[in-house]
Design a protein around this ligand. Structure first.
Ligand code: FES
Length: 146
């Protein structure tokens, strides 16, 4: 194989691979059940979460917010390319490419293409409070504890 052909085939292969990765990353946002484990997450006693605070659950890549009324859960996965967000003083920020979200999960600055997902929090049949990452709700939805 001549050097020029080798370089051309390598470039085409790398461009194709990059295209496939980009398409899969883009499509993941439409299929949240494929984006990670979507089993219900038991929260335990919600009173253990500090009031007016976002608590990061590292093993599930989400934040749980509790106030005096109840609890809610938001994804900690950046909607750009999936980096894990960090809490900022008034919202969330991505350490990878700088996207910023407010504390309602709305994009303030990109490149993130869409807002964060909020997950349903409810009481399961066995009485435990659980997060359902497979069910998206609005930022205002909250599991009432009081
Ligand atoms: S992955 Fe968060 S801004 Fe790119």
């Amino acid at each position: 194989m001549k050097r020029r052909n080798f370089i051309r085939k390598t470039a085409v292969s790398l461009a194709s691979l990059a295209g496939v990765v980009a398409v899969v990353s883009y499509l993941r946002q439409f299929f949240p059940r494929l984006a990670g484990g979507k089993r219900r997450i038991p929260l335990g006693d919600t009173a253990h979460f500090p009031v007016d605070t976002y608590t990061f659950l590292e093993e599930h890549n989400l934040f749980v917010y509790r106030d005096y009324e109840g609890v809610k859960a938001v994804s900690a996965v950046c909607t750009h390319l999936g980096c894990i967000l960090e809490k900022s003083t008034d919202g969330f920020e991505c350490p990878c490419h700088g996207s910023c979200y407010n504390d309602q999960g709305e994009v303030l600055s990109g490149p993130a293409p869409r807002d964060l997902s909020w997950y349903r929090v409810s009481r399961a049949a066995d009485g435990k409070v659980v997060i359902d990452p497979g069910t998206i709700v609005s930022a205002g939805d909250k599991f009432l504890t009081s």
